[in-house]
Design a protein around this ligand. Structure first.
Ligand code: FES
Length: 636
C-alpha cells in the first residue's frame, strides 16, 4: 500500500487509483469522482452524484483519515455488508490529503462480462445507449436559459458529457416532461452524440435493448439488460415472409416481380419484430417503449428487405449489396415501436450473399484472433461457411434449404415443446429411443433430432451410403407407405399427435441436399485456402438446441477432425447480435472484419457441382476424406 500524508503542499493532495495505478494531484476538497474523471478512471455513476444509485462505491486503501466524513445519506446507500470495510461513495467523498483508492470490478465502467454460449467470450460492457439522471435548477426570471441548454449544462457538470445533440421528437416533448416531473428527469444518450429519450424521474437503471437474428426461416429476439448484458427474455417465430417464398431467392424474386412486393415483405418482418418485441417485453414485465436500441443481423437478402432496400442487385451478377458497412437508422423510420428517437443498428455485411448474420457469427467466435485454422459452419436455409485464422479468412454461402431447421421434413418442426431433439437407434434390434424438449410426448422432430435420426439410421445400416433405404431388415419400424420407404421413430401410441412419427426416403434426400451443399462449400474453401485438414470446426445454427457433434461427423456435415475439436455453439449469429448490442468496440471490430474476409462465390465455382455430388454421400463419396470413419462410428 502507498504511504499517505495529510495535506500536501499548497492545498493540493495526491490520489492514486488502483488497480490501474493512475494518479494525479488535485486541490484539497475535490471529490474522488471528479479526480477519477480527470485522470481517466471510469467509475460507474448512473445518478450523477444524486445519492440515488449507490453504484460508485470504492474501497479506500490508504488515507481514510483524509476524507470528508460519511453522511447519513451516504451511509444509507453503502451496503450493510460493506460497512466497516473502507467503502465510500466516490461521487460525494472529498479528499483533503493523500489517498489510495481501489475501484472494485462492480464499480468500474466498461465491466467485462463473460458470455457462455457454446464458446466462452469475454466482452467489455459498453452499450451505445446510456441513461443519465438529472436534477435541474428550475428557471426563473434571472435564469431564463433554454431547457435543452439547461440539460446540457447539467450533463457537463454531473457527468462531464459535452457536445450532444437531441432528437427532434424528444426535443418537442422535453419542456413538458421537465415541468411535469419537477425538473428531475433521466435522459438516454446514444453513442455519446444524441439525446434519444427523456423520461420523468429516476429511470437510469432501466436500460434495455433487443438483439435480433432475422433468419430466412426463423427469427429470434433477445431482450437484454444494457447495464448487465443479461438476457431477460427470448422470443422467436417463423419468419412471417415465408408465405411469399421459402428461400431468399424466391423472396427477392417476389420483391422484383410484384409492384408492391418489397413493401409486403418489409411489412411482414416489421410486424413480426414488433410482435417479438411485445412478447419478450411481456415476459420481462417491461414496456417496449423502455427499449432503447435494437441490433439486427441477417443474411444480405433479409438485411435489404428489413431496411426496405431493393434487393434485386444482390441477386444479379456482380451481386453488389447497397452497402457493406453497418448502418444506424431511426427505429420509427422503420416502424419499430421502441423508445422515442431510438436507433436500430444493422450490422455490416461481407458480400452479396454473406451477410450480417455471418459477421455476427465471426464476432462471437473470433477466428480472426486464432493461430489455428478454424472452420465455422453456420447451418441455416442460407448456410454460411468461414475458414481461416488470424492470417487469412475466406467465406462462402451455400443454399442448404430449410431441412435442417425442420422444414421440408414430413414430421419436422421447430425446436419447441414436444420436439424430438435426440435419437438413438440400436443397430442390433433397430429399436429407437429419444428425448423430447420439455419431456413432453413427441409431436415432431427438430433440427438436432433430424441430424441424429439420419446419423443413427446410417450407423444402424437402415440407410446406405448413398442415402437409400435398406428394406431387407427384420423390423416393423422399416416399412413402405404408398411405395415410399420410411423408418418409424415413435409409434402413434407414444405421440401427442396420434400418428407415427417417421423419417421418410424423401426426408433423407432433403438432408443429403442440405449437408451436401454445406460440405461442398467447406471442401471448396479448404482447397482455395490450400489446406487438407482444419484444426477446429465450429458448428452453429438457430436450431434452438445444440446439435450432436458425433452425428454431424457421421453424416459428413463437417470434415473429419477429432471429436474434441468440434464445438457445437448454438445460435452464434444471435450471440453476435447480443454482443453488438452491449459493446461498441465489437461493432467496430465487426466493420473491420467484414471487409477482411475474402468471399468465394460458390454458385459459379467450377468445382461446386463435382464437390456437391460427392458430398451427398454419407459421410462422403471419397473415402480418403474420412480415413478414420470406422473408428468414429464405433465411438458411439
Ligand atoms: Fe450515484 Fe454516487 S450514488 S453516483
Amino acid at each position: 500500500m502507498e504511504s499517505t500524508a495529510r495535506l500536501s503542499d499548497g492545498g493540493q493532495a495526491r490520489i492514486v487509483f488502483q488497480p490501474e495505478g493512475k494518479r494525479g494531484v488535485f486541490p484539497v476538497g475535490t471529490t474522488i469522482m471528479d479526480a477519477a474523471r480527470e485522470v481517466g478512471v471510469d467509475i460507474e455513476t448512473i445518478c450523477g452524484g444524486k445519492l440515488t444509485c449507490g453504484k460508485c462505491q470504492v474501497i479506500i486503501e490508504g488515507g481514510m483519515e483524509n476524507l470528508s466524513p460519511v453522511t447519513e445519506d451516504e451511509q444509507r446507500l453503502l451496503d450493510k455488508k460493506k460497512a466497516g470495510k473502507n467503502y465510500r461513495l466516490a461521487c460525494v467523498t472529498k479528499f483533503y490529503g493523500d489517498v489510495v483508492v481501489y475501484v472494485p470490478e462492480e464499480s468500474r465502467g466498461g465491466e467485462q462480462i463473460i458470455l457462455k454460449e457454446g464458446v466462452e467470450l469475454s466482452v467489455e460492457m459498453d452499450p451505445a445507449v446510456k441513461k443519465y439522471y438529472l436534477e435541474l435548477e428550475k428557471p426563473h426570471l434571472k435564469d431564463d436559459l433554454g431547457d435543452f441548454e439547461r440539460v446540457l449544462n447539467a450533463l457537463k457538470k454531473d457527468y462531464g458529457i459535452e457536445g450532444v445533440d437531441i432528437d427532434y421528437q424528444v426535443l418537442r416533448k422535453m419542456p413538458d416532461v421537465l415541468r411535469d416531473n419537477d425538473w428531475k428527469v433521466t435522459v438516454s444518450i446514444w453513442d455519446d452524440k444524441e439525446i434519444v429519450d427523456i423520461e420523468g424521474g429516476y429511470t437510469a437503471e432501466e436500460v434495455y435493448g433487443l438483439a435480433v437474428d432475422i433468419g430466412t426461416t426463423t427469427v429470434v429476439g433477445y431482450l437484454t439488460d444494457l447495464r448487465t448484458g443479461e438476457v431477460l427474455a427470448v422470443d422467436s417465430m417463423m419468419n412471417p415472409q415465408v408465405t411469399y417464398g421459402e428461400d431468399v431467392m424466391s423472396r427477392i424474386t417476389f420483391a422484383m416481380q410484384e409492384p408492391d412486393g418489397l413493401d409486403k415483405l418489409n411489412d411482414k418482418i416489421i410486424n413480426g419484430l414488433n410482435k417479438i418485441l411485445e412478447k419478450a417485453c411481456q415476459q420481462a414485465n417491461i414496456s417496449p417503449t423502455k427499449v432503447s436500441e435494437v441490433t439486427i443481423v441477417g443474411n444480405t437478402g433479409m438485411h435489404h428487405i428489413f431496411m426496405k432496400i431493393n434487393p434485386k442487385h444482390i441477386a444479379m451478377a456482380p451481386y453488389v449489396p447497397a452497402l457493406h458497412q453497418s448502418h444506424d437508422v431511426k427505429a420509427r423510420d422503420l416502424g419499430l415501436n421502441i423508445a422515442e428517437g431510438s436507433y436500430v443498428h444493422v450490422l455490416p455485411i461481407e458480400a452479396g450473399w454473406v451477410g450480417a448474420d455471418n459477421v455476427a457469427v465471426l464476432i462471437a467466435t473470433e477466428p480472426y484472433k486464432q493461430d489455428e485454422m478454424q472452420l465455422i459452419i453456420d447451418i441455416g436455409t442460407n448456410g454460411e461457411i468461414v475458414l481461416g485464422n488470424k492470417e487469412r479468412m475466406m467465406s462462402c454461402s451455400a443454399a442448404a434449404g430449410p431441412a435442417l431447421e425442420g422444414a421440408h421434413i414430413k414430421h419436422g418442426m421447430r425446436a419447441a415443446t414436444g420436439a424430438i431433439e435426440k435419437i438413438r437407434i440400436d443397430p442390433e434390434t433397430y429399436e429407437s429411443t429419444y428425448n423430447t424438449i420439455g419431456n413432453a410426448p413427441p409431436r415432431g422432430i427438430c433440427g438436432s433430432g433430424i441430424i441424429d435420426a439420419v446419423a443413427e439410421m446410417f450407423r444402424a445400416g437402415i440407410v446406405k451410403k448413398n442415402g437409400r433405404f435398406n428394406l431387407d431388415l427384420d423390423t416393423p419400424r422399416v416399412r413402405e407407405t404408398d411405395g415410399i420407404p420410411e423408418y418409424v421413430i415413435a409409434w402413434a401410441n407414444e405421440t401427442s399427435t396420434g400418428h407415427d412419427i417417421v423419417m421418410t426416403q424423401k426426408d433423407i434426400r432433403e438432408v443429403q441436399l442440405a449437408k451436401g451443399a454445406m460440405s461442398a462449400g467447406a471442401h471448396i474453401l479448404m482447397n482455395e485456402m490450400g489446406v487438407d485438414k482444419v484444426d477446429r470446426v465450429i458448428v452453429a445454427g438457430a436450431f434452438g438446441n445444440y446439435i450432436d457433434k458425433l452425428s454431424a461427423l457421421i453424416i459428413g456435415l463437417v470434415p473429419e477432425v477429432p471429436l474434441d475439436r468440434i464445438d457445437s455453439v448454438g445460435n452464434a449469429a444471435g450471440v453476435g447480435a447480443r454482443i453488438a448490442l452491449i459493446s461498441r468496440k465489437k461493432r467496430k471490430e465487426a466493420n473491420e472484419i467484414a471487409r477482411r474476409v475474402e468471399h468465394i462465390k460458390l454458385a459459379v465455382h467450377p468445382d461446386f457441382e463435382k464437390e456437391f455430388t460427392r458430398a451427398m454421400f454419407f459421410p462422403h463419396m471419397e473415402k480418403k476424406r474420412y480415413q478414420n470413419f470406422d473408428e468414429i462410428i464405433r465411438s458411439r
